[in-house]
Design a protein around this ligand. Structure first.
Ligand code: CDP
Length: 647
């Protein structure tokens, strides 16, 4: 794999190194570093995960080969697993196993690593924890979530099961305090847990649009300034069936808010609901919207274990007790050697191989994982969710000189995602032939011929038609017999791992082309590091005088700089240079080929109105998107990335 070899020994940036030191390098009990390089992290993770291969092969050469490829994928930063895998693989297992040269590794060594795993080796980022409508069950969920967050996993909950505020409680004769009051309990619990000892806990609360407390839920974060009210939660309204909801709005009809265990019912205009959602999202970014009915339509097990919520960032819908581990390919590194998305290029074979090994890695993670709860282990092993996604889309587009907000940009996104979906499903089917189907396969929709995503119209582009044909052939052909994983693709935010990879995050445009990040040096002093997008420097470095550099740092964008030619400005767009419609269309084309979902924010300018937000909701009802997250520039006081000066 040529492209991997090219990236194998490239130096990582100061920024990436600082993050590694801060959060990822293992430390001993006294806080001294046990690791000092990315190479050591890659070795530890590759070896730990490859040890799961003993469940399928007793041939040490085969396992060494898998370990070597996993190591190269991670070391080159072309593939990076989700943070919990980086934090916890190999942790607490005797270091001697990880110091050994690969050719000296024996079957017995791999077996020992596998057998030495403990609860500290939890490797997944995404979970959904259910609760029933009883105090005991709610507090069980708090405990279950705490165990997950402790090891770095994020948790989503469906609060719709809780009866609305004011409903009678049979046992006490009292009244229920409703879902929102309990969310505060989860929030406090999360606030006391630093995930994996390394990062802030993250949770998602979901409520159905027709729950009687829906307005209280929508308002629950309205006073949030970014870091105070329910600050360990993202909140999302589940509009289960977008077409029914659209009809209610168009006909200005009422909807009945109800709950099966309560006498409390209210009628409201669907329009009032969407207006309130738009108003609050305009103010603080919350609530988001989820279309869980669409998720279930494309989920092969929805008749048995429908998804009820998503993980905190929304990219992974899951059934109760579901979990998923993620990994992301940096396509900005790949585009240098591989003609991504082109169905007739011979370089596609190299991508196919990379995808195969990435899926095999994630499938091994399901095996190597130590799950925080029995119930989670059971459903995860029965369905074997994995989420292979991409990062570096924006930088890849810069390199290819295609604007993100253009027809060509969208075709590129669609083709790359179609290719990823196709190859990763081929990989999952190939693995099923060697290792067996996911245990629930016969009950799933796959044996009847089932395509787990919407796809775009054949007419859009001849290459898209080729990918669609290949996908149809696969799902109406051998996928009817073989599938190792119920789902294979998810695009995560890659908030940390894209920094480790020195690439743009997930499928998002770059938020800024330049910014100053403050790092703490060895002496404990805060030092400013000026970051300028490396592709911009590579492409037009000669144009960038010190004066222009200063301008870019100040504004984050190049759109207003007169001396930069228009054709360059068109390519190097940032999230705020792109219209909300173009953000939404990017999400639409990408989501057309994802069996799970993706993390995407529809950035809106500070000047956007509440009606602009509402119009995004209405547009989304007609597209292939599975949810919507809006963010209006500057609407939260604690916005994470800002330029150094006021725009
Ligand atoms: O880049 P990294 O692997 O650290 O994470 P991400 O791609 O930004 O987020 C992926 C998922 O990890 C999120 O959707 C959450 O489920 C989980 N996560 C979390 O639990 N806590 C965080 N502070 C960040 C992410």
């Amino acid at each position: 794999m040529r492209v991997i070899d090219d990236w194998l020994n490239k130096e990582i940036s100061q920024n990436a190194m600082a993050i590694l030191q801060d959060r990822y390098f293992l430390k001993d009990a006294d806080g001294n570093y046990i690791e000092n390089t990315w190479d050591e992290v890659a070795k530890r993770v590759a070896r730990h995960v490859a040890s799961a291969e003993i469940n399928f092969s007793q041939d040490v050469k085969e396992i060494q080969k898998a370990e070597t490829i996993f190591y190269k994928l991670i070391r080159s930063r072309i593939f990076i697993p989700n943070s919990p895998t980086l934090f916890n693989a190999g942790k607490t297992i005797d270091k001697q196993f990880f110091n050994k040269a690969i050719e000296d590794m024996t079957i017995d060594d791999y077996k020992q690593i596998f057998n030495l795993r403990t609860k500290h080796n939890m490797l997944s980022a995404c979970f959904v924890v259910p609760m029933e409508d009883s105090l005991a069950s709610i507090f069980d969920a708090v405990k279950n979530a705490a165990l997950i967050m402790k090891y770095g996993g994020g948790v989503g909950y469906d609060f719709s099961v809780l009866r609305p505020k004011g409903s009678s409680i049979a046992g006490t004769g009292g009244k229920s305090s409703g879902p929102v009051s309990f969310m505060h309990v989860f929030n406090v619990a999360a606030s006391t847990i630093e995930q994996g000892g390394s990062r802030r806990a993250a949770q998602m609360a979901v409520l159905r649009y027709d729950h009687p407390d829906v307005f209280e839920f929508i308002n629950s974060k309205k006073d949030n300034k970014g870091n105070n009210v329910l600050n360990y939660f993202n909140i999302s309204i589940n509009i289960d069936n977008p077409s029914t909801f659209k009809r209610l709005i168009e006909n200005d009809e009422e909807l009945l808010l109800k709950h099966p265990d309560s006498k409390i019912q209210k009628k409201v205009k669907a329009r009032e609901l969407i207006d309130k959602m738009a108003e609050n999202a305009w103010k603080t970014g919350d609530p988001g919207v989820l279309f869980l009915g669409r998720h279930n339509e494309y989920y092969a097990m929805s008749e048995y274990t429908p998804v009820t919520a998503t993980n905190p960032c929304g990219e992974e819908p899951l059934p109760p007790f579901g979990s998923c581990n993620l990994g992301s390919l940096d396509i900005s590194k790949l585009v240098e050697k591989i003609d991504l998305g082109n169905p007739t290029s011979s370089t596609g074979e190299e991508f196919k191989e990379i995808v195969y090994w990435a899926v095999r890695f994630l499938d091994d993670v399901v095996e190597a994982n130590v799950f925080p709860l029995k119930e989670i282990e059971e459903i995860t092993r029965r369905q074997r969710f994995v989420g292979l996604g991409i990062m570096g889309l924006a930088d890849a587009l810069y390199k290819k000189e295609i604007p993100y907000n253009s027809e060509d940009g969208r075709k590129f996104m669609a083709k790359v995602t179609a290719q990823l979906a196709y190859y990763s499903h081929l990989a999952s089917t190939g693995l099923a032939k060697e290792r067996g189907n996911f245990p629930d396969f016969e009950k799933s929709k796959y044996p009847n011929g089932f395509i787990p995503f919407a796809m775009l119209d054949d007419q859009i582009d001849k290459d898209i038609k080729i990918w669609n044909d290949k996908i149809r052939e696969h799902f109406y052909g051998e996928a009817k017999q073989y599938k190792r994983n119920v789902q294979t693709n998810t695009v995560a935010p890659t908030g940390s791992i894209s920094n480790l990879a020195d690439t743009s995050s997930g499928i998002e445009p770059n938020f800024l082309l330049s910014y100053i990040r403050y790092m703490t040096n060895k002496e404990g002093e805060r030092v400013p590091l000026t970051y300028i997008n490396p592709v911009l420097i590579e492409k037009v470095g000669a144009l960038i005088t010190d004066e222009i550099k200063e301008e870019i740092v100040k504004k984050g964008s190049i759109q207003h700089i007169k001396s930069i030619p228009d054709d360059i400005k068109k390519i190097f767009v940032t999230a705020v240079d792109i219209s909300p419609e173009d953000h939404l269309l990017a999400q639409h084309v990408i989501q057309s080929y994802l069996d799970a979902s993706c993390s995407k924010t529809i950035n809106m300018p500070n000047t956007a109105t509440i009606d602009d937000v509402k119009s995004m909701y209405l547009k989304a009802l007609d597209l292939n998107v599975k949810g919507l997250t809006i963010y209006r520039d500057g609407s939260l006081e604690t916005q994470v990335l800002t330029t150094t000066s006021e725009n």
